[in-house]
Design a protein around this ligand. Sequence first.
Ligand SMILES: Cc1cc2nc3c(=O)[nH]c(=O)nc-3n(C[C@H](O)[C@H](O)[C@H](O)COP(=O)(O)O)c2cc1C
Length: 202
Amino acid sequence: MGKKIKNLDNFTKYMKVLILSFSNNKVNKDSFIPNKKGLTFACVDVCINNLSKRKIEAEHICMNFKNIKKCMACGERGWGSCLKEHKCILDDDFNTIYNLMNDCDGYIFITPVYFWEMSESAKTFFDRLKRCDVFNENSKIKGKKFISIACAGGSGNGTENTLNQFDVLNHFMNMEMIGRIPVTKYNYVEKTNEINKCIENF
Ligand SMILES: Cc1cc2nc3c(=O)[nH]c(=O)nc-3n(C[C@H](O)[C@H](O)[C@H](O)COP(=O)(O)O)c2cc1C
């Protein structure tokens, strides 16, 4: 039995959180983390374990293994079918994941920090998500809770800038932010607790 919530139509359903991660680094032999995983995958594990303790269904997608092309800004004046039809004409995995986001009740976005920014796969995906959803009056994403996690495994610099990118994304997306967590290889253990605390807010 999972955690029950009311959906937008006031029906009771079991809560489901979608975890999207944006690194393909599954193994890091130099990691300080005991399980020697990459920092992003280690945070995914923390999230899945905590959601399951709270009896919240979780689905994880590693976005680097999905086929997400770059936005072509295909139509007139830079807008394509994303503006009015709220879907993308590109034939790849984007629309399936967008539909899955519509069906889920909350999100956790976990990206590695590259050059003080979210990773390329994250930028590419969120570029297209914004276009499809921002002017969607029937958006099923607006108002839903999310946590952003930035994993900086090098110097540790750039987490704040990366989390700011999520803030800017949300300026347009209008979800409800319930956590923004800067993780480095030095503070991973204490940040695990912070992730747990944020997950309590789902
Ligand atoms: C292209 C590139 C740029 C990076 N830039 C930064 C950076 O700005 N700050 C930082 O602390 N680490 C940086 N790193 C290190 C990554 O944050 C590190 O690999 C981190 O662990 C990513 O998560 P992962 O372990 O899941 O791959 C960079 C790594 C790459 C490959």
